[in-house]
Design a protein around this ligand. Structure first.
Ligand code: AP5
Ligand code: ZN
Length: 216
């Protein structure tokens, strides 16, 4: 199964992706995670990406497309994949069609998580992430059992540098201007499925799972 998760920053793509890849046993490919790892390791890619990510701006298409092209060629993608946060521009979507065709793959489902702008702001500014395993929490909506400590691995929790109110504003504008037009692109292909991302986390997972199994 080859699937894309779309939705504005904070819609719950990462939270849901963690669960769906467990259920369907496919790799989770997050361009945001790839950039954050490269930034942490201070590789040439990381240093270049940092200029954009830190401002809440999209990283240029050529860089982002190159990463995905390379990743989709890895053997573990032969059983399927979940793309989280890619594509985010029309050029990226067109490039993905080309890459998929060259690998004899088809995108079967695009899940769009819908969440209102005010709620996105609250979700992003309250988000905390585990330094060790990357698990995602929220100080109010999905708190860990012990403050600042990961339930899964006891790692320390931190706040992403682009989760401040100012940067979240820029990220939401980038989404509206560059990514939202993609919904029409996939609607026209007949593969777009909308899910209300404002519901409880388990409810959202159950609805996505039903959509992917063709039960909804
Ligand atoms: P990326 O890492 O992809 O960030 P994003 O799209 O802004 O998405 P987020 O990770 O912020 O949100 P999410 O939807 O995964 O929400 P989450 O599940 O964490 O990208 C970061 C940057 O990298 C970009 O700004 C750009 O610079 C660059 N980049 C990445 N991809 C790119 C591309 N293709 N092209 C160019 N540049 C690119 O949930 C958020 C919070 O809400 C959490 O605290 C969670 O616990 C909570 N929550 C989730 N669901 C619920 C629920 N149902 N109820 C209550 N709380 C919930
Ligand atoms: Zn952890």
């Amino acid at each position: 199964m080859n699937v894309i998760f779309m939705g504005p920053p904070g819609a719950g793509k990462g939270t849901q992706a963690e669960r769906i890849v467990d259920e369907f046993q496919i790799p989770h490919i997050s361009t945001g995670d790839a950039f954050r790892l490269a930034m942490k390791q201070e590789t040439p890619l990381g240093l270049e990406a940092k200029k954009y990510v830190d401002q809440g701006l999209l990283v240029p298409d050529e860089i982002t497309i190159g990463i995905v092209r390379e990743r989709l060629q890895q053997p573990d993608c032969s059983k399927g994949f979940l793309l989280d946060g890619f594509p985010r521009t029309i050029s990226q979507a067109e490039a993905l069609d080309e890459i998929a065709a060259s690998l004899d793959k088809t995108i079967e489902h695009v899940i769009n998580l819908k969440v209102d702008r005010d709620l996105l702001l609250a979700r992003l500014t309250g988000r905390r992430i585990c330094k060790s395993c990357g698990a995602t929490y929220h100080v109010l909506f999905n708190p860990p059992a012990r403050e600042h400590v990961c339930d899964k691995c006891s790692g320390e929790l931190y706040q992403r540098s682009d989760d401040t109110e100012e940067k979240v504003g820029t990220r939401l504008d980038e989404y509206t201007n560059k990514t939202a037009p993609l919904l029409e692109y996939y609607r026209n292909k007949g593969i777009l499925r909308e899910v209300n991302g404002e519901q409880e986390i388990n409810t959202v997972t159950a609805q996505i799972s039903s959509q992917l199994r063709g039960l909804a």
